[in-house]
Write a new protein. Structure first.
Length: 194
């Protein structure tokens, strides 16, 4: 089972893509060098060449999940909008994204709650802190306009998204980004008229 020769970056990407596919089907615990090699159509030895252990493979998978799932709003997001409109747009993007990234969110929860190791929780906590920090500029603008404490508002917004993430994993058929956005819009309206 020898694949065609590819550049290292591309081969690593293929292996992580295969690890993600295995994890999405069977959970994080189903990811082994053997299952990933089979998914990628590669030899076990080649997977070990790029990732020296199952743990190394899992770390690489988690890193990729965090990069693509917890990206948050880009710098300058909503600068051309009124603060409450920027808040609504940011929350819409984040909450609607949960539905399309449900599997990835579930895998992050699995890493956090099932693996229990600080080696996995540490990077997740750091990524969540960075994610929340990316919301800070919008939260600061809304807070300034409404006389609120920016850190408290950012914490409330992050908590709403984290709770919604749990909800989309736990009850996907009942999850409604639109309903949550209605609440956010209502809160933004209250804040705007304070």
């Amino acid at each position: 089972m020898v694949g065609i020769k590819k550049p290292e970056v591309e081969r690593r990407r293929d292996i992580i893509r295969a690890a993600k596919a295995v994890a999405l089907r069977g959970g994080v615990e189903s990811v082994t060098v053997r299952t990933v090699a089979a998914e990628a159509g590669l030899s076990i030895g080649l997977v070990y060449f790029y990732y020296d252990s199952k743990e190394g493979l899992l770390h690489a998978l988690l890193t990729r999940l965090l990069e693509t799932t917890l990206d948050g709003p880009p710098p300058g997001f909503g600068n051309n909008q009124r603060p409450e409109d920027a808040l609504n747009a940011m929350m819409a993007e984040e909450l609607e994204g949960l539905q399309t990234q449900r599997g990835e969110v579930d895998l992050i929860f699995q890493f956090y709650f099932a693996r229990h190791a600080d080696e996995f929780r540490g990077p997740i906590n750091a990524a969540l802190d960075e994610y929340a920090a990316r919301m800070e500029p919008v939260a600061a603008r809304v807070s300034e306009a409404a006389g609120l404490e920016p850190e408290a508002l950012r914490s409330v917004l992050a908590s709403l998204i984290y709770g919604a993430a749990m909800d989309v994993v736990r009850r996907p058929e009942e999850f409604s980004a639109a309903r949550l956005l209605g609440v956010v819009a209502g809160l933004a309206g209250i804040v705007a008229h304070r």
